[in-house]
Design a protein around this ligand. Structure first.
Ligand code: NAD
Length: 258
């Protein structure tokens, strides 16, 4: 039996009700962290918290200043500290330039880009006062480092998350806080469901043709949420204490070749 390596940490995971956020929250809880799930979907967040042994499931809409401020106040009042923040909440949006409106663009950025900035701004004062092993992990995407058709707002937001990560790392390095991003590739979550709900995009013939048949995903298959939770745990562990400002692509090798 190994030591629980996050046992002295309070960890806040946005979008932790399901998918990648849930797997990260579960991994942190298994490593002994006091985990707070913050999600817009309160019912699923509560069920998940009970399932994985999280300390709390709190309602939060990362697109709302008031909601995020209330969340930060509640974390401070109930837990008094927060060593780890994972900015994971986001929505998938596949809209190309020819059909997009500025209103739609701003809506997606408000959640996927500004949500991480808003959360960080609200939580940073408490994180700065907290204990050892202070970490911020932003969940970007392969679409934040590579282009993709019909993904203008999503790709723009994720690209911003990538460089927000580096700039934030520069601002808080002297405070002993590390800031890194994970850029997942194709992961089997609700986000990868087909619009008609008939299954995962990763099981379709076109996906197999493009990404598997010719070896675009070097490991030959889509990933699982747990494949992201492992690297998230590493970045939040003591082993990653000298790692900051980095973007780790966790994509089965898609980005390694062209
Ligand atoms: N699944 C993939 O293939 C993939 C690939 C690359 C990056 N990502 C990124 O990983 C992260 C998690 O995605 P996922 O696949 O687990 O998606 P998901 O849809 O399964 O989970 C997203 C969670 O975020 C919550 N959420 C959405 N909007 C919110 C808001 N405004 N405020 C608070 N919570 C909100 C949802 O309720 C949900 O619990 C996202 O940042 C996503 O962009 C996913």
């Amino acid at each position: 039996m190994t030591d629980k390596r996050l046992k002295d940490r309070v960890a806040l995971v946005t979008g932790g009700a399901q998918g990648i956020g849930k797997a990260i929250a579960a991994r942190f809880a298994a490593e002994g962290a006091t985990v707070i799930i913050a999600d817009i979907d309160e019912a699923t967040a509560s069920a998940t918290a009970a399932e994985i042994g999280a300390a709390a499931a709190l309602h939060a809409d990362v697109a709302s200043d008031a909601s995020v401020a209330a969340l930060a106040d509640e974390v401070k009042a109930r837990f008094g500290r927060c060593e780890i923040l994972v900015n994971n909440a986001a929505i998938l949006d596949m809209t190309g330039i020819s059909t997009m409106t500025m209103a739609h663009y701003r809506h997606v950025l408000d959640i996927n880009q500004d949500g991480a900035v808003r959360m960080t701004l609200a939580m940073l004062p408490l994180i700065k006062q907290s204990g050892q092993g202070r970490r911020i992990v932003n969940i970007a995407s392969i679409m934040g480092v590579r282009g993709q058709r019909d993904s203008i707002p999503y790709s723009a937001a994720k690209g911003a998350i990538v460089n927000f990560t580096r700039a934030l790392a520069a601002d808080v390095g002297a405070d002993g806080i590390t800031v890194n991003a994970l850029a997942p590739g194709f992961i089997n979550t609700r986000m990868a469901l087909l619009p008609d709900g008939t299954g995962h995009e990763h099981d379709t013939d076109w996906f197999k043709d493009i990404y598997l048949k010719y070896g675009r995903i070097l490991l030959g298959h889509a990933g699982t949420p747990e494949d992201i939770a492992g690297p998230a745990f590493f970045l939040c562990s003591d082993d990653a204490r000298y790692v900051t400002g980095q973007i780790l692509l966790v994509d089965g090798g898609v980005s390694a070749t062209f």
